[in-house]
Design a protein around this ligand. Structure first.
Ligand code: ZN
Length: 420
């Protein structure tokens, strides 16, 4: 709405003034392309930016001194003058690109000659100063500069800005009267500031690289959230790729290494889910629920529980006093499966499910990212005792890492769930 309003004011209300001013500008510059906004971290460190390089164009129709243009362009940019002449006189096209990838100083030298019919434009080459760090989150652009994945895609509307426009008047035969052009300047894209802390991000990237070198896993991920706010401080993932050298010729590989598994993929959380079961127990105990266990309660030391006729075991043997005489804190510390089976079954399906839902499992977290997965919950009415027992220690349930990390933040920050 704002943009429409502005266009209206530019073209209609201020038409006279802008036209005079615009023609002056447009005789030098073709600044039609909007500059894409930067993406920075919480401290303003640049994560994705645009390197402004310049291209030179000639609009043959507007050249008054063709030999002068050929001579200056040839000298300044080391171009063969015969070839230039051929290029500039051969065909009537509106614009002919002479050279690109120039520094601003070189363009300034050219502007000193005040050649009519010679223009420049700013090209925005996307650069990612941290290389492969955060690549699955930042995402990449298509070769024409449109956001293709990650935040580059999610925020494309804001980042891309609005290109400018040159409106030509034409005569009755459709021929441009280029002197009578109206120039609407480009509106640059918005910058976007993330909650990511690039220092923490780089620490995570380095540690992941070390872990991968040592254990050769298929993939590895780190997610860091600030529990008191839910802000995402780091999202690191291996394998990765360099955003400055996107492997576009191997799309299958790019889709694989460019996928943000922390948001897009679900998995069985296993023992990490015991934090949630323990939280449910503590909260229920504090509320006076007699089915919850007190912090001092000593659980049965057997390695097994039989649920629905099937044996559910601890991950390790309970021989030689291991995992013996555990209270809740010790059970968490030992990651002892049967204790969490006891808790889940004692609290019961409806209480467990109310916690699972309040911790936001089975729903998107709403994080700013396209295609967030929601994980998998067995519908409450279909849950058997065997399912419930396994859910207690993180099986028979699938979650995304971002769901789990956000839930754990709520478990340790006093019970406030924040959208990451
Ligand atoms: Zn155990």
């Amino acid at each position: 709405m704002f943009i429409l309003g502005k266009l209206f004011s530019v073209t209609v209300v201020k038409g006279g003034f802008l036209r005079a001013k615009a023609i002056d500008q447009w005789t030098r510059e073709l600044p039609i392309k909007a500059k894409r906004g930067d993406i920075v971290d919480k401290n303003g460190v640049l994560l994705a930016g645009s390197k402004g390089t310049y291209s030179i164009y000639v609009r043959p129709r507007c050249v008054t001194d063709i030999e002068g243009v050929i001579s200056v362009l040839g000298k300044l940019f080391n171009l063969n003058q015969d070839k230039l002449r051929e290029k500039l006189t051969k065909k009537v096209t509106s614009e002919i690109k002479i050279i690109g990838e120039l520094e601003k100083s070189k363009v300034n030298e050219l502007l000193d000659y005040e050649l009519s019919g010679v223009y420049y434009s700013i090209d925005n080459t996307r650069v990612y100063p941290l290389g492969s760090a955060l690549c699955q989150t930042l995402g990449y652009l298509s070769s024409d500069g449109t956001g293709q994945s990650g935040l580059e895609k999610y925020y494309d509307e804001y980042l891309k800005g609005v290109n400018g426009e040159i409106i030509y008047e034409s005569d009755l035969t459709g021929t441009d009267l280029s002197q009578n052009a109206t120039y609407l300047p480009a509106t640059n894209g918005f910058n976007i500031q993330l909650t990511i802390d690039s220092e923490i991000q780089l620490i995570c990237e380095n540690q992941l690289a070390r872990a991968v070198a040592e254990y050769s896993p298929k993939s590895a991920q780190v997610l860091v959230l600030e529990p008191s706010t839910g802000k995402i401080l780091a999202m690191a993932q291996q394998p990765s790729y360099d955003l400055n050298e996107i492997p576009r010729d191997d799309m299958e590989y790019l889709l694989k290494v460019g996928r943000n598994s922390l948001i897009l993929d679900s998995y069985e959380p296993g023992s990490t889910f015991k934090v949630i079961t323990a939280s449910a127990n503590i909260e229920e105990y504090n509320r006076g629920n007699k089915k919850a266990f007190s912090p001092e309660y000593i659980f049965n030391s057997s390695r097994y529980r039989i649920v629905g006729g099937r044996k559910i075991k601890c991950w390790t043997t309970h021989a030689n006093g291991k995992h013996a005489n555990e209270n809740l804190a010790m059970a968490l510390n030992n990651s002892c499966n049967p204790i969490f089976v006891d808790i889940a079954l004692s609290l019961g399906k409806s209480t467990m499910y109310s916690y699972i839902q309040n911790f936001n499992f089975g729903k998107p977290t709403g994080v700013d990212f396209q295609g967030e997965a929601i994980g998998m919950l067995v519908p409450e009415q279909a849950v058997t005792d065997g399912d419930l027992a396994r859910i207690g220690f993180g099986q028979t349930i699938a979650v995304t890492p971002i769901q789990l990390a956000s839930a754990v933040c709520a478990a340790v920050n006093g019970g406030n769930y924040y959208q990451p």
